[in-house]
Write a protein that binds this ligand. Structure first.
Ligand code: NAP
Length: 312
């Protein structure tokens, strides 16, 4: 397993991480414990959760419980800002809300500190300086080690970096955004902003919810028990447009004696701006396969060929 520093920070994480949004919703505690245990066994040290995952904080609770006795070896990332209930002060990125949300996450995770605390979504009602300053206070107090953002636009990443620089506050070290072979929109503005200001990218939906694993096929319903069968809107991803790209990528991977899963993870891992590929997993076999997939580093020629195949 390769370990990489997150952005311009000293924090080293495994190039494949575990996304924890299945914990507490599609996965019960026993399944969560099995996935976390296998992840640690194969050298994964990075887990990405959020207060809102699993409903009523269950993903954080399950993760904290599954990490008992292992916490010191692990990098735990969580998030705040998504609605945790109705009404004001149950969401967002204000000083008032963050100081409450961090205590709630620490309690659910049953830990004294959060390694990476991320703003889940931009909060247009709160000045960015208020958020950056409050997160800086949390780092100073020791409750949080590093801070990151998620779903920020390129200009928001740049503005936050400038605020941190001018005010001598902790900068965001990561940006978490949707990024995969099927969704390359962040390459327009977010990736250049991250490269300019030294943030590591945490690509979410790196497997396009499983569409890039080879288990879904054109013209066939989603196999029983899979995410796209369970999600009411899942079938909407099984479009001809997506399969046109998936089938070409599958053929490319086979030509290199690899799988499309190897390509989905290896392609991201081949980019130096990527911090960790936080793939979700519901089974221990998936964890093993995802960890192995990170071994592929594509050559410049192979990256160019993939660019041509994924052009929309
Ligand atoms: N910041 C944000 O706004 C945001 C939004 C979404 C997600 N995220 C984060 O990003 C993480 C990753 O996203 P994601 O988990 O939603 O999507 P994903 O990684 O694209 O897909 C995960 C799904 O792919 C399937 N899968 C994984 N490995 C597989 C394998 N080796 N073979 C076959 N199927 C495999 C599993 O589906 P089955 O369920 O079918 O087994 C799993 O649930 C999340 O867990 C979360 O931490 C963040």
């Amino acid at each position: 397993m390769e370990y990489r520093n997150l952005g311009r920070s000293g924090l080293e994480v495994s190039i494949v991480g575990i996304g924890c949004n299945n914990f507490g919703r599609r996965m019960d505690y026993a399944a969560t414990e099995a996935v976390v245990g296998m992840a640690v066994d194969v050298g994964i040290n990075f887990f990405d959760t959020a207060d809102s995952y699993g409903g009523e904080g269950r993903s954080e609770q399950f993760l904290g419980r599954a990490l008992k006795g292992k916490r010191h070896e692990i990098v735990v990332a969580t998030k705040f800002a998504s609605p945790m209930g109705e009404g004001p002060m149950r969401s967002g990125a204000s000083r008032r809300y963050i100081l409450q949300a961090v205590e709630d996450s620490l309690r659910r995770l049953d830990t004294d500190y959060i390694d990476l605390y991320q703003v889940h979504f931009p909060d247009p009602k709160t000045p960015l300086e208020e958020t950056v300053r409050t997160l800086d206070d949390l780092v100073t107090s020791g409750k949080v080690r590093y801070v990151g953002n998620s779903n920020f636009a390129g200009w928001q990443i740049a503005t936050a970096a400038k605020i941190a620089e001018h005010e001598h506050l902790e900068p965001f070290v990561t940006a978490q955004n949707q990024y995969s072979l099927l969704d390359r929109r962040i390459e327009q503005e977010v990736v250049p902003a991250c490269e300019a200001f030294g943030l590591g990218i945490l690509p979410y939906f790196p497997l396009a919810s499983g569409l890039l694993t080879g288990k879904y096929h054109r013209g066939q319903p989603a196999p029983e028990g899979t995410r796209l069968a369970a999600w009411p809107m899942g079938e909407r991803m099984l479009t001809d447009q997506n399969f046109n790209v998936v089938e070409k990528l599958d053929e490319f991977a086979q030509r290199h004696e690899r799988s499309i899963l190897d390509l989905a993870i290896g392609w991201l891992a081949s980019k130096s701006s990527i911090g960790s590929v936080i793939a979700g997993a519901t089974k221990i076999e998936q964890v093993e396969a995802n960890a192995k997939a990170a071994a592929w580093r594509l050559s410049a020629e192979e990256m160019a060929e993939v660019d041509a195949l994924t052009k929309r």
